[in-house]
Design a protein around this ligand. Structure first.
Ligand SMILES: [Zn+2]
Length: 179
């Protein structure tokens, strides 16, 4: 199974649903068959419950499975992994700074950079969606073909937006730049 082909939803739940409804753990490939009742520690559970318990028991949960991936795959440095683990375990900045032997200011900087990476990752996903999503491409084509009036209006609006970019952008883009 190629990791890059998984959706963010599949990555965060730790399993994929195959075409025939089976559930497959993304970390080891174990398959849980839809409609089969599984025995988990003496209880009868569904395939979905069984795969979730499998991920917790065998892989220590989705968080640690993803964070422990090689830097080549998740792109995270050792310090970023330490900070994220601290956040996951609900440690405060002071606890983290003592445990990692760094200043609280450095902890805050790491956290700030992680949030920055998150925003950038979202923008990249949205950009790639424009390139790769065939439905969006078809929709754009339809809008372009639906008459000159609309095109001109769209251009007008677009130019208007550009003039007022600084004021009209959603705070998602500006909250950290304008500080
Ligand atoms: Zn597994």
């Amino acid at each position: 199974m190629e990791f890059k082909e998984l959706t963010t939803e599949e990555l965060s739940q730790g399993f994929v649903r195959t075409n025939d409804g089976d559930l497959v753990c993304i970390f080891c490939g174990e398959r849980f068959q839809e409609g089969v009742i599984y025995n988990s520690e003496g209880r009868m559970v569904t395939a979905e419950r069984a795969v979730k318990e499998h991920i917790e028991d065998v892989h220590q949960g989705v968080f640690f499975s993803l964070i422990d991936l090689d830097k080549q795959i998740n792109g995270l440095s050792d310090s970023q992994k330490e900070i994220l683990t601290g956040m996951y375990l609900e440690k405060d900045n002071k606890e983290m700074s003592e445990e990692l032997d760094i200043s609280p200011a450095t902890v805050r900087t790491h956290k700030f950079n992680i949030q920055k990476m998150k925003r950038e990752a979202k923008i990249l996903l949205a950009i790639l969606e424009q390139i790769e999503n065939e439905n969006l491409a078809a929709e754009r084509k339809k809008i372009r073909e639906s008459g000159n009036n609309i095109i001109n209006k769209t251009r007008e609006l677009h130019n208007l937006d550009r003039q007022f970019t600084g004021n009209s952008l959603h705070p998602f883009f500006t909250q950290f730049i304008l500080k």
